[in-house]
Design a protein around this ligand. Structure first.
Ligand code: AMP
Length: 479
Protein backbone atom coordinates (compact mmCIF):
# COMPACT_ATOMS: atom_id res chain seq x y z
CA UNK A 1 0.00 0.00 0.00
CA UNK A 2 1.33 3.44 -0.83
CA UNK A 3 0.24 6.88 0.35
CA UNK A 4 -1.19 7.55 -3.12
CA UNK A 5 -4.18 5.31 -2.42
CA UNK A 6 -5.37 6.95 0.76
CA UNK A 7 -7.19 9.90 -0.80
CA UNK A 8 -4.80 12.61 0.36
CA UNK A 9 -4.18 15.76 -1.69
CA UNK A 10 -1.10 16.24 -3.83
CA UNK A 11 0.22 18.89 -1.44
CA UNK A 12 0.11 16.42 1.40
CA UNK A 13 1.64 13.62 -0.65
CA UNK A 14 4.50 15.97 -1.40
CA UNK A 15 4.94 16.85 2.30
CA UNK A 16 4.84 13.16 3.24
CA UNK A 17 7.44 12.29 0.66
CA UNK A 18 9.60 15.23 1.83
CA UNK A 19 9.36 13.77 5.33
CA UNK A 20 10.97 10.64 3.89
CA UNK A 21 7.99 8.33 4.42
CA UNK A 22 7.68 5.67 1.76
CA UNK A 23 4.56 3.87 2.82
CA UNK A 24 1.86 4.40 5.41
CA UNK A 25 2.07 2.62 8.72
CA UNK A 26 -0.79 0.27 9.60
CA UNK A 27 -2.72 2.84 11.56
CA UNK A 28 -2.30 5.42 8.82
CA UNK A 29 -3.53 2.99 6.16
CA UNK A 30 -6.62 2.16 8.25
CA UNK A 31 -7.44 5.56 9.70
CA UNK A 32 -6.77 8.11 6.94
CA UNK A 33 -9.46 7.04 4.41
CA UNK A 34 -12.10 6.76 7.16
CA UNK A 35 -11.24 10.14 8.66
CA UNK A 36 -11.44 11.72 5.22
CA UNK A 37 -14.94 10.24 4.93
CA UNK A 38 -15.95 11.91 8.18
CA UNK A 39 -16.08 8.88 10.48
CA UNK A 40 -15.27 8.85 14.16
CA UNK A 41 -12.21 6.80 15.02
CA UNK A 42 -11.33 4.76 18.07
CA UNK A 43 -7.65 3.93 17.71
CA UNK A 44 -5.87 1.62 20.11
CA UNK A 45 -2.30 2.45 19.34
CA UNK A 46 0.82 3.26 21.21
CA UNK A 47 3.18 6.03 20.23
CA UNK A 48 5.75 5.01 17.68
CA UNK A 49 3.13 3.53 15.36
CA UNK A 50 2.74 6.71 13.31
CA UNK A 51 -0.56 7.61 14.94
CA UNK A 52 0.11 11.37 14.98
CA UNK A 53 0.32 11.48 11.18
CA UNK A 54 -2.74 9.23 11.00
CA UNK A 55 -4.86 12.11 12.27
CA UNK A 56 -2.85 15.21 11.30
CA UNK A 57 -2.64 14.30 7.60
CA UNK A 58 -6.38 13.91 6.92
CA UNK A 59 -7.17 16.87 9.19
CA UNK A 60 -4.97 19.10 7.07
CA UNK A 61 -6.92 18.18 3.96
CA UNK A 62 -10.32 18.49 5.65
CA UNK A 63 -9.46 21.88 7.14
CA UNK A 64 -7.88 23.03 3.89
CA UNK A 65 -11.34 24.17 2.86
CA UNK A 66 -13.02 26.83 4.95
CA UNK A 67 -11.82 29.68 7.14
CA UNK A 68 -11.33 30.18 10.82
CA UNK A 69 -13.29 32.82 12.73
CA UNK A 70 -12.05 34.78 15.74
CA UNK A 71 -12.08 32.80 18.96
CA UNK A 72 -13.76 29.87 17.23
CA UNK A 73 -11.17 27.21 16.50
CA UNK A 74 -12.21 24.74 13.81
CA UNK A 75 -10.48 21.76 15.33
CA UNK A 76 -9.17 20.86 18.74
CA UNK A 77 -6.49 18.35 19.69
CA UNK A 78 -6.20 17.47 23.37
CA UNK A 79 -2.87 16.20 24.63
CA UNK A 80 -1.99 15.21 28.20
CA UNK A 81 1.36 16.99 28.38
CA UNK A 82 2.87 20.17 27.07
CA UNK A 83 5.63 18.28 25.33
CA UNK A 84 3.19 16.10 23.44
CA UNK A 85 1.17 19.14 22.46
CA UNK A 86 4.32 20.82 21.17
CA UNK A 87 5.23 17.68 19.28
CA UNK A 88 1.87 17.50 17.54
CA UNK A 89 2.28 21.17 16.62
CA UNK A 90 5.61 20.27 15.02
CA UNK A 91 3.89 17.56 13.00
CA UNK A 92 1.33 20.05 11.75
CA UNK A 93 4.11 22.36 10.69
CA UNK A 94 5.98 19.56 8.96
CA UNK A 95 3.05 18.05 7.09
CA UNK A 96 1.16 21.30 6.62
CA UNK A 97 3.96 23.27 5.01
CA UNK A 98 2.03 23.34 1.71
CA UNK A 99 -1.22 24.37 3.41
CA UNK A 100 -2.07 27.78 4.76
CA UNK A 101 -3.63 26.79 8.05
CA UNK A 102 -3.29 28.69 11.28
CA UNK A 103 -2.43 26.90 14.47
CA UNK A 104 -2.25 27.77 18.15
CA UNK A 105 -0.83 25.93 21.09
CA UNK A 106 -2.53 26.38 24.46
CA UNK A 107 -0.28 24.86 27.06
CA UNK A 108 0.53 25.67 30.64
CA UNK A 109 3.68 27.57 31.46
CA UNK A 110 3.28 29.87 28.46
CA UNK A 111 2.07 33.47 28.52
CA UNK A 112 -1.77 33.84 28.34
CA UNK A 113 -1.71 37.13 26.42
CA UNK A 114 0.16 35.73 23.41
CA UNK A 115 -2.15 32.76 23.29
CA UNK A 116 -5.19 35.05 23.37
CA UNK A 117 -3.85 37.13 20.48
CA UNK A 118 -3.62 34.01 18.36
CA UNK A 119 -7.13 32.93 19.31
CA UNK A 120 -8.47 36.36 18.44
CA UNK A 121 -7.08 36.05 14.95
CA UNK A 122 -8.88 32.73 14.48
CA UNK A 123 -7.22 29.34 14.34
CA UNK A 124 -7.82 26.26 12.22
CA UNK A 125 -6.01 23.92 14.56
CA UNK A 126 -5.93 24.37 18.31
CA UNK A 127 -3.65 22.04 20.23
CA UNK A 128 -4.14 22.15 23.98
CA UNK A 129 -3.72 20.51 27.32
CA UNK A 130 -7.15 20.19 29.00
CA UNK A 131 -6.45 22.47 31.99
CA UNK A 132 -5.19 25.41 29.99
CA UNK A 133 -7.99 25.07 27.47
CA UNK A 134 -10.62 25.23 30.22
CA UNK A 135 -8.87 28.26 31.72
CA UNK A 136 -9.28 30.16 28.46
CA UNK A 137 -12.80 28.87 28.02
CA UNK A 138 -13.96 29.92 31.48
CA UNK A 139 -12.55 33.40 30.88
CA UNK A 140 -14.63 33.70 27.74
CA UNK A 141 -11.63 33.85 25.45
CA UNK A 142 -12.67 30.93 23.37
CA UNK A 143 -15.82 29.36 21.95
CA UNK A 144 -16.06 25.68 21.23
CA UNK A 145 -19.09 25.87 19.00
CA UNK A 146 -17.04 26.04 15.80
CA UNK A 147 -15.15 22.82 16.39
CA UNK A 148 -15.66 20.33 13.58
CA UNK A 149 -12.97 17.86 14.56
CA UNK A 150 -11.99 16.86 18.08
CA UNK A 151 -8.95 14.68 18.71
CA UNK A 152 -8.39 13.11 22.11
CA UNK A 153 -4.87 11.73 22.08
CA UNK A 154 -3.20 9.49 24.70
CA UNK A 155 -6.48 9.14 26.57
CA UNK A 156 -5.12 6.57 28.99
CA UNK A 157 -2.45 9.02 30.03
CA UNK A 158 -5.11 11.65 30.58
CA UNK A 159 -6.69 9.14 32.91
CA UNK A 160 -3.44 8.56 34.81
CA UNK A 161 -3.00 12.29 35.20
CA UNK A 162 -6.54 12.86 36.44
CA UNK A 163 -7.68 14.79 33.34
CA UNK A 164 -10.68 12.69 32.45
CA UNK A 165 -13.23 14.99 34.17
CA UNK A 166 -11.75 17.91 32.19
CA UNK A 167 -11.90 15.93 28.95
CA UNK A 168 -15.51 15.04 29.69
CA UNK A 169 -16.33 18.68 30.32
CA UNK A 170 -14.71 19.70 27.06
CA UNK A 171 -16.55 17.00 25.10
CA UNK A 172 -19.82 18.27 26.55
CA UNK A 173 -19.07 21.84 25.42
CA UNK A 174 -18.61 20.85 21.79
CA UNK A 175 -21.82 20.75 19.80
CA UNK A 176 -23.19 17.42 18.58
CA UNK A 177 -22.27 17.61 14.92
CA UNK A 178 -18.56 17.04 14.89
CA UNK A 179 -16.07 14.28 14.18
CA UNK A 180 -14.16 12.70 17.07
CA UNK A 181 -10.84 10.91 16.73
CA UNK A 182 -9.91 9.12 19.92
CA UNK A 183 -6.57 7.45 20.62
CA UNK A 184 -5.40 5.46 23.57
CA UNK A 185 -2.72 2.82 24.06
CA UNK A 186 -4.95 0.88 26.44
CA UNK A 187 -8.66 0.75 27.18
CA UNK A 188 -9.28 0.78 30.94
CA UNK A 189 -12.98 0.98 31.94
CA UNK A 190 -13.19 4.80 32.46
CA UNK A 191 -11.84 5.32 28.94
CA UNK A 192 -14.28 2.79 27.53
CA UNK A 193 -17.10 4.67 29.25
CA UNK A 194 -15.94 7.94 27.73
CA UNK A 195 -15.79 6.48 24.22
CA UNK A 196 -19.26 4.90 24.61
CA UNK A 197 -20.59 8.27 25.60
CA UNK A 198 -18.95 10.54 23.04
CA UNK A 199 -18.11 8.53 19.94
CA UNK A 200 -20.66 7.94 17.22
CA UNK A 201 -20.31 4.53 15.57
CA UNK A 202 -16.53 4.81 15.47
CA UNK A 203 -14.25 2.80 13.26
CA UNK A 204 -12.27 0.65 15.66
CA UNK A 205 -8.61 0.35 14.76
CA UNK A 206 -6.16 -1.60 16.82
CA UNK A 207 -2.66 -1.68 15.46
CA UNK A 208 -0.91 -3.43 18.29
CA UNK A 209 -2.34 -5.49 21.06
CA UNK A 210 -3.30 -3.26 23.95
CA UNK A 211 -0.39 -2.82 26.30
CA UNK A 212 2.01 -4.71 24.09
CA UNK A 213 5.67 -3.93 23.74
CA UNK A 214 7.12 -3.01 20.36
CA UNK A 215 8.68 -5.91 18.45
CA UNK A 216 11.65 -3.80 17.57
CA UNK A 217 12.82 -3.39 21.16
CA UNK A 218 15.23 -5.91 22.68
CA UNK A 219 14.44 -6.10 26.38
CA UNK A 220 16.67 -7.02 29.30
CA UNK A 221 16.00 -7.30 32.99
CA UNK A 222 19.09 -7.12 35.18
CA UNK A 223 18.99 -7.80 38.90
CA UNK A 224 21.33 -5.62 40.90
CA UNK A 225 21.94 -4.86 44.51
CA UNK A 226 20.01 -1.72 45.43
CA UNK A 227 23.18 0.06 46.54
CA UNK A 228 24.89 -0.68 43.24
CA UNK A 229 22.22 0.67 40.95
CA UNK A 230 24.02 3.86 40.02
CA UNK A 231 27.31 2.09 39.38
CA UNK A 232 25.49 -0.48 37.26
CA UNK A 233 23.78 2.29 35.31
CA UNK A 234 27.08 4.00 34.64
CA UNK A 235 28.60 0.80 33.31
CA UNK A 236 25.61 0.27 31.05
CA UNK A 237 25.75 3.83 29.73
CA UNK A 238 29.34 3.26 28.69
CA UNK A 239 28.35 0.35 26.44
CA UNK A 240 29.70 0.67 22.93
CA UNK A 241 26.31 0.38 21.29
CA UNK A 242 24.79 3.04 23.48
CA UNK A 243 24.47 6.06 21.24
CA UNK A 244 22.06 7.91 23.47
CA UNK A 245 19.35 7.04 25.94
CA UNK A 246 16.55 8.00 28.26
CA UNK A 247 16.92 6.98 31.90
CA UNK A 248 13.59 6.66 33.65
CA UNK A 249 13.13 7.00 37.38
CA UNK A 250 9.87 6.60 39.26
CA UNK A 251 10.04 9.81 41.25
CA UNK A 252 11.08 13.37 40.52
CA UNK A 253 13.48 13.39 43.43
CA UNK A 254 15.21 10.33 42.01
CA UNK A 255 15.43 11.93 38.57
CA UNK A 256 17.22 14.85 40.17
CA UNK A 257 19.56 12.64 42.16
CA UNK A 258 20.49 10.33 39.31
CA UNK A 259 20.97 13.33 37.05
CA UNK A 260 23.28 15.01 39.57
CA UNK A 261 25.20 11.79 40.12
CA UNK A 262 25.74 11.21 36.40
CA UNK A 263 26.82 14.80 35.98
CA UNK A 264 29.37 14.30 38.75
CA UNK A 265 30.68 11.34 36.77
CA UNK A 266 31.05 13.58 33.72
CA UNK A 267 28.25 12.15 31.63
CA UNK A 268 26.58 14.42 29.13
CA UNK A 269 23.16 14.30 30.73
CA UNK A 270 20.05 16.46 31.04
CA UNK A 271 16.92 16.05 33.12
CA UNK A 272 13.20 16.30 32.41
CA UNK A 273 10.61 16.35 35.16
CA UNK A 274 7.49 18.18 36.24
CA UNK A 275 9.25 20.65 38.55
CA UNK A 276 10.98 22.38 35.67
CA UNK A 277 9.58 25.44 33.93
CA UNK A 278 8.35 24.90 30.41
CA UNK A 279 11.14 26.81 28.69
CA UNK A 280 13.75 24.67 30.46
CA UNK A 281 11.92 21.48 29.52
CA UNK A 282 11.76 22.47 25.87
CA UNK A 283 15.40 23.46 25.85
CA UNK A 284 16.56 20.15 27.31
CA UNK A 285 14.33 18.22 24.97
CA UNK A 286 15.69 20.10 21.99
CA UNK A 287 19.24 19.40 23.18
CA UNK A 288 18.45 15.70 23.40
CA UNK A 289 16.80 15.71 19.99
CA UNK A 290 19.68 17.42 18.25
CA UNK A 291 22.28 15.30 20.03
CA UNK A 292 23.96 17.93 22.17
CA UNK A 293 22.64 16.06 25.21
CA UNK A 294 23.39 12.34 25.13
CA UNK A 295 21.36 11.10 28.07
CA UNK A 296 18.11 12.27 29.51
CA UNK A 297 17.02 11.45 33.07
CA UNK A 298 13.26 11.64 33.03
CA UNK A 299 10.10 11.05 34.95
CA UNK A 300 7.15 9.33 33.29
CA UNK A 301 4.99 12.39 33.08
CA UNK A 302 7.63 14.49 31.40
CA UNK A 303 8.68 11.87 28.92
CA UNK A 304 5.35 10.34 28.03
CA UNK A 305 4.88 9.97 24.30
CA UNK A 306 8.00 11.91 23.41
CA UNK A 307 8.90 11.36 19.83
CA UNK A 308 12.63 11.54 19.55
CA UNK A 309 13.72 9.49 16.58
CA UNK A 310 16.83 7.36 16.98
CA UNK A 311 16.89 6.81 20.71
CA UNK A 312 19.15 3.76 20.92
CA UNK A 313 18.49 2.82 24.55
CA UNK A 314 15.96 3.18 27.31
CA UNK A 315 17.14 2.48 30.84
CA UNK A 316 14.66 1.89 33.60
CA UNK A 317 16.64 2.91 36.62
CA UNK A 318 13.53 1.91 38.57
CA UNK A 319 11.03 -0.75 37.60
CA UNK A 320 7.91 1.32 36.89
CA UNK A 321 5.28 0.94 39.56
CA UNK A 322 2.49 1.18 36.98
CA UNK A 323 2.81 -1.67 34.51
CA UNK A 324 1.52 0.45 31.64
CA UNK A 325 4.37 2.89 32.08
CA UNK A 326 6.77 0.11 31.14
CA UNK A 327 5.22 -0.11 27.68
CA UNK A 328 5.35 3.64 27.26
CA UNK A 329 8.89 3.94 28.51
CA UNK A 330 10.37 1.29 26.28
CA UNK A 331 8.35 2.70 23.39
CA UNK A 332 10.70 5.71 23.40
CA UNK A 333 13.18 3.48 21.57
CA UNK A 334 12.58 1.15 18.63
CA UNK A 335 10.38 3.77 17.01
CA UNK A 336 8.94 3.58 13.50
CA UNK A 337 10.46 0.18 12.84
CA UNK A 338 13.97 1.03 14.04
CA UNK A 339 15.68 -1.23 16.55
CA UNK A 340 16.19 -0.26 20.14
CA UNK A 341 17.21 -1.72 23.47
CA UNK A 342 15.43 -1.37 26.80
CA UNK A 343 17.30 -2.33 29.95
CA UNK A 344 15.49 -2.48 33.27
CA UNK A 345 17.36 -2.57 36.55
CA UNK A 346 15.56 -4.45 39.26
CA UNK A 347 16.40 -5.47 42.80
CA UNK A 348 15.36 -8.48 44.77
CA UNK A 349 13.13 -6.26 46.89
CA UNK A 350 9.47 -7.15 47.27
CA UNK A 351 8.17 -4.09 45.42
CA UNK A 352 10.35 -4.63 42.38
CA UNK A 353 9.42 -8.29 42.22
CA UNK A 354 5.77 -7.30 42.37
CA UNK A 355 6.14 -4.61 39.68
CA UNK A 356 8.00 -6.94 37.32
CA UNK A 357 5.30 -9.57 37.76
CA UNK A 358 2.62 -6.96 37.01
CA UNK A 359 4.40 -5.88 33.82
CA UNK A 360 4.78 -9.44 32.63
CA UNK A 361 1.18 -10.18 33.45
CA UNK A 362 0.01 -7.18 31.48
CA UNK A 363 2.18 -7.67 28.40
CA UNK A 364 1.88 -11.45 28.47
CA UNK A 365 5.63 -11.67 27.88
CA UNK A 366 8.45 -12.56 30.17
CA UNK A 367 11.16 -9.89 30.15
CA UNK A 368 14.34 -11.78 29.31
CA UNK A 369 16.63 -11.95 32.35
CA UNK A 370 20.13 -10.90 31.57
CA UNK A 371 23.02 -11.65 33.81
CA UNK A 372 26.12 -9.59 33.36
CA UNK A 373 29.14 -9.96 35.46
CA UNK A 374 30.58 -6.69 36.55
CA UNK A 375 27.12 -5.17 36.65
CA UNK A 376 25.66 -4.99 40.09
CA UNK A 377 24.93 -8.22 41.80
CA UNK A 378 25.26 -11.52 40.01
CA UNK A 379 22.28 -13.69 40.77
CA UNK A 380 21.84 -17.32 40.09
CA UNK A 381 18.10 -17.37 39.95
CA UNK A 382 17.51 -16.20 36.42
CA UNK A 383 14.86 -18.54 35.06
CA UNK A 384 16.73 -19.20 31.88
CA UNK A 385 14.54 -21.92 30.48
CA UNK A 386 11.28 -20.14 31.19
CA UNK A 387 12.04 -16.99 29.29
CA UNK A 388 9.71 -16.57 26.40
CA UNK A 389 11.38 -15.02 23.38
CA UNK A 390 10.56 -11.42 22.62
CA UNK A 391 8.54 -11.64 19.41
CA UNK A 392 10.59 -11.38 16.21
CA UNK A 393 13.51 -9.99 18.07
CA UNK A 394 16.12 -12.50 19.01
CA UNK A 395 18.76 -10.25 20.52
CA UNK A 396 17.60 -10.39 24.06
CA UNK A 397 16.82 -14.06 24.19
CA UNK A 398 19.92 -15.14 22.33
CA UNK A 399 21.97 -13.09 24.67
CA UNK A 400 20.20 -14.59 27.61
CA UNK A 401 20.70 -18.11 26.40
CA UNK A 402 24.40 -17.61 26.02
CA UNK A 403 24.89 -15.99 29.31
CA UNK A 404 22.82 -18.22 31.49
CA UNK A 405 22.49 -21.56 29.74
CA UNK A 406 26.01 -22.07 28.66
CA UNK A 407 27.92 -20.42 31.40
CA UNK A 408 27.85 -21.20 35.07
CA UNK A 409 26.48 -18.21 36.90
CA UNK A 410 28.34 -17.25 40.01
CA UNK A 411 28.34 -20.62 41.60
CA UNK A 412 30.83 -19.79 44.24
CA UNK A 413 33.79 -20.47 42.02
CA UNK A 414 35.59 -17.86 40.02
CA UNK A 415 33.36 -16.25 37.48
CA UNK A 416 34.56 -16.45 33.93
CA UNK A 417 34.24 -14.22 30.97
CA UNK A 418 32.63 -15.43 27.78
CA UNK A 419 33.63 -17.63 26.02
CA UNK A 420 36.35 -19.09 28.19
CA UNK A 421 38.39 -20.63 25.41
CA UNK A 422 38.92 -17.30 23.68
CA UNK A 423 40.10 -15.47 26.71
CA UNK A 424 43.83 -15.77 26.33
CA UNK A 425 44.25 -14.89 22.73
CA UNK A 426 41.77 -12.03 22.95
CA UNK A 427 42.88 -10.47 26.14
CA UNK A 428 43.05 -6.73 25.70
CA UNK A 429 43.94 -3.77 27.83
CA UNK A 430 41.10 -1.88 29.51
CA UNK A 431 38.60 -0.63 26.96
CA UNK A 432 39.11 3.08 26.82
CA UNK A 433 40.82 6.01 28.36
CA UNK A 434 37.63 7.69 29.33
CA UNK A 435 38.01 9.03 32.85
CA UNK A 436 34.53 7.72 33.62
CA UNK A 437 35.67 4.15 33.22
CA UNK A 438 38.95 4.49 35.05
CA UNK A 439 37.42 3.36 38.29
CA UNK A 440 36.94 -0.04 36.81
CA UNK A 441 39.84 -2.27 37.63
CA UNK A 442 40.73 -0.47 40.78
CA UNK A 443 40.24 -2.32 43.93
CA UNK A 444 37.80 -0.73 46.28
CA UNK A 445 37.13 -1.20 49.94
CA UNK A 446 34.05 -3.38 49.52
CA UNK A 447 34.82 -4.78 46.21
CA UNK A 448 37.49 -7.41 46.01
CA UNK A 449 37.61 -7.43 42.25
CA UNK A 450 40.02 -6.52 39.54
CA UNK A 451 39.16 -5.66 36.04
CA UNK A 452 40.90 -7.92 33.65
CA UNK A 453 39.22 -8.83 30.48
CA UNK A 454 37.43 -7.57 27.49
CA UNK A 455 35.58 -9.91 25.23
CA UNK A 456 36.67 -10.48 21.66
CA UNK A 457 35.37 -7.92 19.28
CA UNK A 458 34.09 -10.50 16.84
CA UNK A 459 30.96 -12.61 16.57
CA UNK A 460 30.41 -14.82 19.58
CA UNK A 461 29.20 -18.30 18.77
CA UNK A 462 25.44 -18.38 19.03
CA UNK A 463 25.01 -14.62 19.15
CA UNK A 464 25.65 -13.88 15.47
CA UNK A 465 26.04 -10.17 14.98
CA UNK A 466 23.81 -9.35 17.88
CA UNK A 467 26.21 -9.26 20.76
CA UNK A 468 25.04 -6.44 22.99
CA UNK A 469 27.87 -4.00 23.59
CA UNK A 470 27.86 -4.37 27.32
CA UNK A 471 28.61 -8.06 26.91
CA UNK A 472 31.78 -7.15 25.10
CA UNK A 473 32.92 -4.69 27.68
CA UNK A 474 35.41 -5.34 30.39
CA UNK A 475 34.29 -7.56 33.22
CA UNK A 476 35.25 -7.84 36.83
CA UNK A 477 36.47 -11.11 38.13
CA UNK A 478 36.29 -12.07 41.75
CA UNK A 479 39.51 -13.01 43.37
P1 AMP B 1 4.05 8.62 16.37
O1 AMP B 1 3.55 7.25 16.62
O2 AMP B 1 3.03 9.48 15.76
O3 AMP B 1 4.65 9.22 17.60
O4 AMP B 1 5.21 8.54 15.27
C1 AMP B 1 6.43 7.93 15.48
C2 AMP B 1 7.47 8.28 14.46
O5 AMP B 1 7.19 7.66 13.21
C3 AMP B 1 7.62 9.76 14.14
O6 AMP B 1 8.99 10.08 14.24
C4 AMP B 1 7.18 9.93 12.74
O7 AMP B 1 7.92 10.93 12.08
C5 AMP B 1 7.45 8.56 12.14
N1 AMP B 1 6.53 8.20 11.05
C6 AMP B 1 5.20 8.46 11.01
N2 AMP B 1 4.68 7.94 9.88
C7 AMP B 1 5.67 7.33 9.22
C8 AMP B 1 5.74 6.60 7.99
N3 AMP B 1 4.68 6.38 7.23
N4 AMP B 1 6.94 6.10 7.61
C9 AMP B 1 8.03 6.29 8.41
N5 AMP B 1 8.04 6.97 9.57
C10 AMP B 1 6.86 7.48 9.98
Amino acid sequence: MSFDHLGLSDELLKAVSDAGYEKPTDIQASAIPSILMGRDILGIAQTGTGKTASFTLPMLDILGEGRARARMPRSLILEPTRELAAQVAESFEKYGKNHKLSMALLIGGVNFANQEKLLDRGVDVLIATPGRLLDHFSRGKLLMTGIDILVVDEADRMLDMGFIPDVEKICECIPGRHQTLFFSATMPPPIKKLTDQFLDDPKFIQVARAASTADTVAQHLITVDRRQKRAALRTLLEGKEVRNGIIFCNRKVEVKEVHASLKRHKFNVGQLHGDMVQSERMEVLQGFKDGTIQFLCASDVAARGLDVPNVSHVFNFDVPSHAEDYVHRIGRTGRAGKEGTAITLTTEGRDDTKYVAAIEHMTGEKIPRTVIEGIGKVVSKAPAKKVKPVPSKSKATDHKRNVTDKKPVNDGKKAQSLPAKDEKQDRKPPRDKNPRSKAKGRRTKNDDTVQIKELPNKPVVGLGHHVPAFLKSAVKIKR
